[in-house]
Write a protein that binds this ligand. Structure first.
Ligand SMILES: NC(=O)c1ccc[n+]([C@@H]2O[C@H](COP(=O)([O-])OP(=O)(O)OC[C@H]3O[C@@H](n4cnc5c(N)ncnc54)[C@H](O)[C@@H]3O)[C@@H](O)[C@H]2O)c1
Length: 103
């Protein structure tokens, strides 16, 4: 299987921001897509809180952990940004119609 370096995550909600965070922590570059900037901001804020907390617990520098996270995440409302990813993960709202529209 080819190496996965760039990952797209669609939906920055509960699942999406957690998935994005795990991929970023594994060293992948992540494109995080949602419908509105405010949803992306909320997702990034959630990830930031989480990595800072984990760093504190592990005796690491929270600011460095936040900076590392943010260097790996590109948050955008432009779905075309997914055109160059190796893997895309769908994590949008639980709606059949919304998922079919997206695909
Ligand atoms: N939350 C859980 O515990 C959980 C567990 C298992 C599975 N899931 C599944 O994971 C998926 C996501 O759930 P969630 O809890 O993260 O939902 P959520 O409501 O927290 O987040 C969904 C996000 O998707 C975004 N979105 C909607 N349509 C979009 C589109 N066309 N393009 C881009 N972004 C779009 C919304 O703006 C929102 O930010 C659902 O299918 C859900 O059933 C959730």
């Amino acid at each position: 299987m080819p190496e996965i370096r760039n990952v797209g995550v669609i939906g920055a909600g509960t699942m999406g921001n957690g998935i994005a965070q795990v991929f970023a922590a594994s060293g992948r570059d992540v494109v995080l897509v949602d419908l509105e900037q405010s949803f992306l901001d909320r997702g990034v804020a959630s990830m930031t809180k989480s990595v800072r907390k984990m760093a504190e617990k592990g005796g690491k520098d929270p600011a460095a952990a936040e900076s590392e996270l943010k260097s790996k995440i590109r948050a955008t409302t432009d779905i075309e940004a997914l055109s160059s990813v190796d893997l895309a993960v769908e994590a949008i709202v639980e709606s059949r119609d919304a998922k079919l529209d997206l695909f």
